[in-house]
Ligand binder design. Sequence first.
Ligand SMILES: C[S@@+](CC[C@H](N)C(=O)[O-])C[C@H]1O[C@@H](n2cnc3c(N)ncnc32)[C@H](O)[C@@H]1O
Length: 259
Amino acid sequence: MDRSPLTARVRESNRQARAAGSRWAPHRARVMEVLRGVPAGGSVALLGAGHLYDVELDELAIRYERVALVDLDGETVRAAVERHPAAKARCTVHAPVDLTVGLGQLATHRCGVPGEPFDLTVSLGVLTQLMQAVTDAGVAPEEVPRVSLAVRDKHLRDLVHLTRPGGVLVLVTDFVSTRSAPGLAHLPPDELEPALARLVAAGNFFTGTNPYRIAALLEETEPFSRHIAQARFHGPWLWAITPDREHLAGAIVAERRPR
Ligand SMILES: C[S@@+](CC[C@H](N)C(=O)[O-])C[C@H]1O[C@@H](n2cnc3c(N)ncnc32)[C@H](O)[C@@H]1O
């Protein structure tokens, strides 16, 4: 069994989220709204599948013939699949897969998943956990922003690489917590986007998650722009991630250029 500190931390975090299924229903509804806007058919890969609380697995297994579930924590994903007997036959669990790999290999390593390239690749709230791994790895504080952005860019390259030309990639991520922006919890939905823009301008967001920057990176900056036709931001919305805290979250949907 893998007993690395990273795996132990990720498992503990998943253990704490075990009862989150109903609390995450509004988040799940928003994620599914985004995914229903993407063409169905073929294959989908879900990165950071975890408990599968942020998707409707049964519906995805109707929309796609093959569902690849990728995570560091195989036990949690396999238990989640058991709760969806109707979807099980179309699902393959790929675990443990570490989406950070060694921090020293960030520039060159590509995440490979059997069955790639997929028609749709979805990153499910895993980006901020990859960032957490940077802090946990004992990177010197002054190096954390640089290494975090390298981890973010590697994750974006993995998403592009895992998606077939003409396919779609979706990055679902959280941006900022009500811990550092308590006013968010009391805002009506239509005031969340201006609030996000203000928080981003003020630098109050998780390192590397600025959705406007990510969309611009994908559309306008090499090596992404040669592969990406367009990238759109959906959201934001509030995700009741723990009983005492909400995170502002959203999705970037990007289309890979056909070959
Ligand atoms: C916040 S959860 C996302 C919610 C999850 N989809 C669910 O419904 O439970 C992040 C997921 O990413 C996985 N994860 C964290 N770090 C990872 C890594 N380095 N490589 C692969 N998966 C990782 C965790 O095991 C967890 O399932």
